[in-house]
Design a protein around this ligand. Structure first.
Ligand SMILES: Cc1ncc(C[n+]2csc(CCOP(=O)(O)OP(=O)(O)O)c2C)c(N)n1
Ligand SMILES: [Mg+2]
Length: 554
């Protein structure tokens, strides 16, 4: 006979129902009863080295799986995971945090228990500000409804959710889940939708050089396939942005490149900015997505869709959802044989990497080599720093094979996020491109990657400190970090049968290491790439120049 439902069983049932198959986190005495239930559930427990890493892992997982979750303990864990939750909130990633709390009798007595800071509502108050919804479960009669509400709001709004679970609430009986959760997606106003699509079709039909710009909301709301259908039906070319890179396949003949304002390839910039009808789908104009706001777009020649509304020139249409607009436009738009009449500059073909023997490795050559070796089985995660500046121009063949925290930009995100990526997509391998500074933030999580047998490829760009900061400002001693023996580290953190650490300083060594990485599909491969003379990518040189000249104008 099935065991009766308790609050923790109910929560696990709903987590599984919304798609959580792995739970990240760190135990603590306030969450141990919950973790005992996790061990009996079909959800797999993945212990992390710390809570921040658990949050990043859940975020990486959610970006591919649709949702992720992490379990932490009160105060010490709850407050540690905040940075990861803030990043997920900023970037529209739904992760659920389950925070094990002291029992109700202690809360009600106001007792001074370990891990308490200030008062018993502090964490709930903080998480309310960086989640779609947050609940402290105090009553087994209302707990199921509160769990349902938090999960639904997180899933629908693509934002984190927070559930505080007092230790004595875990094993209290509660009602069984009655029926599957009903997700009421926000709807469009039918008149508003019909009118704005009509106006959009007229504008596109009249235009000589329309172009789509697919942005971050297309990626996060899982609208890539529908957007591709729209693009292929209409035969209009498209661009993406750094934050939405790889939402659509980049080897597509209609792809014109990544639009980043003044940092774009000239042909991409020309096509986007000189278009007489730019259809912007869910694009966020953040500083790093716009080449530090160096964009030149005229709203009179734009159709802007996102955040539940559409703007065409000076006309605003409210309550129109992005997905509805894309689907409706696909039905109404006429193919224009655009490719036949206006061939776009085809996307730059991959340049083969031919190493020059014993030539010392520069940043540019490292990125050329990586770009050449990326394939559709590899998911690239690129860390803020030179890695992130180099990667916009990489060729990502398949949709969803690129992950970046391009708005919140918390360094140290990618190594733990790769754990989540690997568990969410076991058929592919994550490739972490990280700086030495970023790596030092969350390096321990290599050990969890090894323990979980995730055959990640980690490429550490050893340029001796915080290179990006050296470029953004006059250099100072604060940009120096302790040199580690990076390539030896994976052996220390794991077992030598499961990991290969390789240090490279020349082009030839890099090519050999890359071949080993691609051939050895059952191990974690860690490549420490030593860069000569703190060399940087073209992207970082450009960022530094723009940033410093903006500072001078202040
Ligand atoms: C958590 C966090 N702390 C600090 C920063 C500020 N920051 C941005 S990039 C950077 C240095 C990155 O150095 P590294 O990873 O070595 O990359 P490089 O530029 O050298 O390639 C720092 C400290 C940040 N973005 N996130
Ligand atoms: Mg560095």
């Amino acid at each position: 006979m099935d065991r009766p439902y308790t609050v923790s069983r109910y929560l696990l049932h709903r987590l599984k129902e919304v798609g959580v198959n792995h739970l990240f986190g760190v135990p603590g005495d306030y969450n141990l009863d919950f973790l005992d239930e996790v061990m009996l559930s079909p959800i797999k427990w993945i212990g992390n080295c710390n809570e921040l890493n658990a949050g990043y892992a859940a975020d990486g997982y959610a970006r591919l799986n649709g949702i992720g979750a992490a379990v932490v303990t009160y105060g010490v864990g709850g407050l540690s995971i905040i940075n990861a939750v803030a990043g997920a909130f900023a970037e529209l990633v739904p992760i659920i945090v389950i925070n094990g709390a002291p029992p109700a009798r202690r809360r009600e007595a106001g007792a001074m228990v370990h891990h308490l800071v200030s008062n018993y509502y502090l964490q709930l108050d903080i998480f309310k500000k960086i989640t779609a919804d947050a609940a402290l479960l105090t009553d087994p009669n209302t707990a199921p409804d509160e769990i349902d509400r938090v999960l639904k709001n997180a899933v629908l709004q693509k934002l984190p959710g927070y559930i505080e679970l007092p230790a004595d609430m875990n094993n209290v009986p509660c009602r069984a889940p009655e029926k599957p959760l009903t997700m009421l997606h926000p709807t469009s106003d039918p008149d508003s939708l019909a009118e704005c699509v009509k106006e959009a079709v007229e504008m596109i039909n009249k235009a000589e050089s329309p172009i789509f710009l697919a942005g971050l909301e297309v990626l996060r709301f899982g609208l890539g396939k529908e957007t591709l259908r729209l693009i292929e039906t209409s035969e209009v070319p498209f661009s993406t942005m750094l934050s939405s890179k790889s939402v659509l396949p980049e080897l597509h003949p209609q792809f014109t490149g990544i639009y980043q304002g003044g940092w774009s390839k000239p042909s991409t910039r020309h096509q986007v900015e000189d278009s007489d009808c730019l259809i912007s789908l869910g694009a966020w104009m953040t500083d790093l997505d716009t080449g530090l706001f160096s964009i030149n777009l005229d709203s009179r020649r734009m159709i802007t869709v996102g955040g539940g509304q559409v703007r065409i020139g000076s006309h605003f249409y409210h309550q129109v959802q992005l997905g509805d607009f894309i689907r409706e436009l696909s039905l109404k738009i006429q193919p224009r044989s655009y490719l036949a009449s206006h061939p776009t500059e085809s996307y730059r073909p991959k340049q083969p990497f031919v190493p020059e023997s014993s030539r010392m490795l520069t940043a540019k050559r490292l990125y050329e080599c990586l770009n050449f070796n990326l394939n559709d089985q590899l998911i690239l995660l690129s860390e803020p720093g030179d890695s992130f500046c180099a990667s916009p121009e990489f060729h990502i063949e398949e949709a969803e094979n690129y992950i970046v925290q391009s708005y919140y930009c918390s360094i140290g995100f990618c190594t733990p996020a790769a754990l989540g990526v690997s568990l969410a997509r076991p058929s592919k391998r994550p490739v972490v491109l990280t700086g030495d500074g970023a790596f030092q933030m969350t390096a321990q999580e290599i050990s969890t990657l090894i323990r979980e047998k995730c055959p990640a490829i980690v490429i550490l760009v050893n340029n001796d400190g915080y290179l990006i900061e050296r470029y953004l400002h006059q250099d100072g001693r604060y940009n120096d970090i302790q040199m580690w023996n990076y390539a030896a580290l994976p052996g220390v953190l794991g077992n030598n049968d499961a990991v290969v650490g390789i240090k490279v300083s020349t082009e030839e060594e890099l090519e050999k290491a890359m071949l080993t990485a691609l051939k050895t599909t059952d191990k974690l491969i860690f490549i420490e790439a030593c860069i000569v003379n703190r060399d940087a990518s073209y992207g970082l040189e450009r960022l530094g120049n723009t940033f410093r000249s903006a500072q001078q104008k202040k």
